[in-house]
Ligand binder design. Structure first.
Ligand code: NAD
Ligand code: ZN
Length: 379
């Protein structure tokens, strides 16, 4: 089968690989119909995530048709068209029982950090992902959900990560009616977080980025007030002034990245400036939130080397909440929002390309070319 293949930082290609097989009675094999590239994949692509092995297939946001099920799979049958949450979760452990599917204790041998994630290095279990024609889906009774008959598959694939992550970013912010919410990052996740902030009762939503085309999109989709941080001398001072000098009630970090990532950019001499701003977003969030406010972090960071200005956190009495999204927990609510038209996920898809063109798709998304917001691979 054809699958994306990681060859090293900034090098991916489409390659023929062996078909995945049922390895456990609770597995299913799914024939992929849509597979997105995520900002999280860019951290792998940029070489930020430890133990990302050459030969791995990325891809944790996918839909597909069930081809085969193991003997212990009861909720799925061959032919079902499913959306598959990015978390690999056993459904039974201490954390899954609390709805913390992103922190499953069984699906990742590392068992210390996140649970398993499709195609997200050996620090997230070493599973191959769905940027492929076929993928093995472990614990197939737990994650996958049959796509409702009325739902467009392009909306469904966005429910595997972007929508729940944006929604959880707003939820973790503990937004109260009338709150001012500042979202750092106008990528798919930040744009979705801005949209969802309204669903929690925000009174004002501000989005910060340095890419005008994305800010323009966020201003319509949120809707949101948008500012380009490159045209502001001091974003923290600016945001304080814009919020009665007290600061925002809630700040959301939808950027992530880390110093290792930016060092690599410098080393490779790429023209991409993203990571230069990345480590800063969390600092801006902490420094521009109100005293006693909440900083919600969904941006993904490398496991070490991230300097949090903890003094400011303590002195301002800030609450920081952070996690991988627990997709399955949120799906029932999100499907209602999509059906009611309160969220229009597929509007974020700007590029739909055949799997053969995976290398170009990564480049375009990473370098933010051609108005790219969300690229989707179609095997
Ligand atoms: P993306 O790369 O498309 O978007 C990131 C945006 O941040 C870009 O538009 C970039 O210009 C902007 N940016 C860079 N530095 C900035 C700064 N200092 N201030 C404001 N904006 C800045 O990525 P995405 O797909 O939107 O994902 C965003 C983040 O969310 C990533 O770190 C990704 O790994 C993470 N993520 C987390 C989860 C989760 O479950 N927690 C799930 C999906 C994605
Ligand atoms: Zn993702």
């Amino acid at each position: 089968m054809l699958a994306m293949d990681y060859r090293g930082p900034y090098r991916v290609r489409a390659e023929q690989k062996p078909m995945p097989e049922i390895e456990h009675p609770e597995d299913a094999i799914v024939r992929v119909t849509r597979s997105c590239i995520c900002g999280s994949d860019l951290h792998l692509y940029h070489g930020m995530v430890p133990d990302t092995r050459v030969g791995m297939t990325f891809g944790h946001e996918f839909t597909g048709i069930v081809e085969e099920v193991g003997s212990e799979v009861h909720n799925l049958k061959v032919g079902d068209h499913v959306l598959v949450p990015f978390n690999i979760a056993c459904g039974k452990c201490h954390f899954c029982q609390q709805g913390l599917f992103g922190n499953c204790h069984e699906s990742n041998n590392e068992a210390t950090a996140v649970g398993g994630i499709y195609g997200y290095s050996h620090t997230a279990g070493g599973y191959d992902g769905g940027q492929a024609e076929y993928v093995r889906v472990p614990y197939a009774d737990v994650g996958p959900l049959k796509i409702p008959s009325w739902m467009d598959v392009d909306d469904a694939v966005m429910l595997t990560d972007v929508v729940p992550t944006g929604y959880q970013a707003a939820e973790m912010g503990g937004i109260r009616r009338g709150d001012t919410v500042v979202v750092f990052g106008a990528g798919p996740v930040g744009i979705m977080a801005a949209r969802c902030a309204w669903l929690f009762g925000a009174g004002r939503v501000i989005v910060i980025d340095h890419l005008d085309y994305r800010l323009e999109f966020a201003s319509r989709f949120g809707p949101a007030e948008v500012y380009n941080f490159r045209s502001i001398e001091d974003p923290v001072y600016f945001l304080k002034k814009a919020t009665d000098s007290l600061g925002a009630d809630v700040c959301i970090d939808a950027v992530g990245g880390d110093a290792a990532g930016s060092a690599l950019h410098t080393l490779l001499g790429t023209k991409l400036k993203l990571e230069a701003g990345a480590a800063t977003a969390l600092h801006w969030a902490i420094n521009s939130v109100k005293k006693g406010g909440i900083v919600s972090v969904v941006g993904v960071y490398g496991p070490t080397g991230n300097l949090v200005p903890i003094g400011n956190v303590v002195n301002k009495g800030i609450t920081i909440r952070a996690n991988q999204a627990s997709v399955k927990r949120l799906l029932p609510r999100l499907i209602e929002h999509v059906e009611a038209g309160r969220i229009n996920p597929k509007a974020l898809i700007t590029h739909k390309v055949p799997l053969e063109e995976v290398s170009d798709a990564y480049h375009i998304f990473s370098a933010k070319l051609d108005g790219c917001i969300k690229p989707v691979l179609v095997p």
